[in-house]
Write a protein that binds this ligand. Structure first.
Ligand SMILES: *Cc1c(COP(=O)(O)O)cnc(C)c1O
Length: 432
């Protein structure tokens, strides 16, 4: 059982911060679309002595002795990751989603090669070519976006841009797009221009694992995902790929290398040193949980809650990008409410509702103070929230936004949120 007894004795200031963060998580409605609450077994695996080990290399091919038990753990993580995503190869060592993306670019491309990804202010991620990120500095990113009318991806447009730009890689994936992706269509375009197709499914990996979204394989050549978002594992990432021979034939006819090996050597020794063995064990535990039928029920509820929250918000006059959601997240343009994203984030946080300010497509404001907020249902669904609660949350959000200058309204909402949170205890097994 997790407790902080020794930590409290040896470092009370850190113990205090850790305890306060648990209280904050327990007493607020967590709507940040990229967050979740891991299980106690995942927490337990993370807090183990596996962190003491050096295990550079891969299972059964290590540069250090004494890795017989680390190998068991990493083999399990790899096997379960392959099952979850129907992949033929899995690398479970990337420390985070950004590293995983860097490692794939490094494995398959040369510096300054052209990559076609989603515009950042239309839902793409920093690692999809932001000028302040390594991706924008080391690679030549060009982008596609959503259509102004439908606020959805227009695949004819993606195709046109691909034919014109002839990228070496096409990137399908997002951090803030509320609709499903069609990997088959992306594949056709990639084949037309002879590009690799990479999917970055960081946000919706859990939905894929539960088989509620089109599977990325066999359409994609390589897939990266974080493990801590809808997949509900520890912080970290994995890289998945397809059959080595098929890809070797296609892209590297003269090469002795293959995709799996190129990716493995880009991770180690290319970009990382020793893997985080305690985190890999925790990934294995989370993947085991995601393979269970209960995880499918969880993801179904995430999707139902997102639909219910979207409806509740629309009923309250909120403008949702693309007028709804297929997945776990929503992007809200607050322009019609006369409130900016940053102001909304702060006011909602004071009222106990946590979300993040976010650019909306065709935003006229700046990234530091954009027009919208992004919200999602993975975390609150883990706590047990259901559709009826979504209606309450939508009404409370509206109350805060419509009374943006009234502190007493926020205080009243804060009380309602506390009462709501009491209905769904978080980590009640942990007594600190
Ligand atoms: C979250 C996210 C990442 C990065 O993950 P980190 O672990 O924060 O580095 C990469 N790509 C997409 C699409 C994401 O949403």
């Amino acid at each position: 059982m997790i407790n902080l007894n020794e930590l409290e004795k040896s470092d009370p200031r850190i113990a205090e911060a850790v305890k306060k963060e648990l209280k904050r998580q327990r007493e607020s409605v967590e709507l940040i679309a990229s967050e979740n609450f891991v299980s106690i077994p995942v927490l337990e695996a993370m807090g183990t002595w596996l962190t003491n080990k050096y295990s550079e290399g891969y299972p059964h091919k290590r540069y250090y002795g004494g890795n017989q038990f680390i190998d068991i753990s990493e083999d399990l993580a790899i096997g379960r990751a392959k099952l979850l995503f129907d992949a033929e190869h899995a690398n479970v060592q990337p420390h985070a989603g950004s590293q995983a993306n860097m490692e794939v670019y490094f494995a398959l491309l040369n510096l300054k090669d052209k990559i076609l990804g989603m515009k950042l202010d239309h839902g793409g991620h920093l690692t999809h070519g932001s000028p302040v990120n390594f991706s924008g500095k080391f690679y030549n990113f060009v982008s596609y976006g959503i259509s102004k009318e439908t606020e959805r991806l227009d695949m004819d447009e993606v195709r046109k841009i691909a034919l014109k730009e002839k990228p070496k890689m096409i990137l399908a994936g997002y951090s803030a797009y509320p609709r499903n992706l069609d990997f088959r269509e992306f594949r056709e375009i990639a084949d037309e221009v002879g590009a690799y197709l990479m999917a970055d499914v960081a946000h919706f990996a859990g939905i894929i694992a539960a088989r509620k979204h089109m599977m990325p394989f066999p359409y994609c050549d390589v897939v990266t995902t974080t493990t801590h978002k809808t997949l509900r594992g520890p912080r970290g990432a994995i890289i998945l790929s397809m059959n080595e021979d098929r890809l070797k034939q296609k892209y590297h006819p003269d090469s002795k290398k293959n995709m799996a090996r190129m990716i493995d050597s880009a991770v180690f020794p290319g970009m990382q040193g020793g893997p985080l063995d305690h985190m890999i064990a925790a990934k294995a535990v989370a993947f085991g949980e995601a393979l269970k039928p209960e995880f499918k029920d969880y993801i179904e509820q995430v999707l139902k809650n997102a639909k219910a929250l979207a409806e509740g918000l629309i009923d309250n006059g909120f403008k949702l990008i693309s007028d709804g959601t297929d997945n776990h997240l929503m992007l809200i343009d607050l322009t019609n409410k006369g409130v900016a994203g940053k102001q909304a984030e702060t006011a909602l946080d004071e009222a106990g509702i946590t979300c993040n300010k976010n650019m909306v497509p065709f935003d006229t404001r700046s990234p530091f103070d954009p027009s919208g907020i992004r919200i999602g249902t993975p975390a609150i669904t883990t706590r047990g929230f259901k559709e009826d609660d979504m209606k309450i949350i939508a009404d409370l959000m509206n109350k805060v936004i419509e009374n943006i200058n009234k502190k007493n309204v926020r205080e009243n909402v804060r009380q309602d949120i506390l009462n709501l949170c009491k209905k769904y205890p978080l980590y009640s097994e942990i007594k600190v």
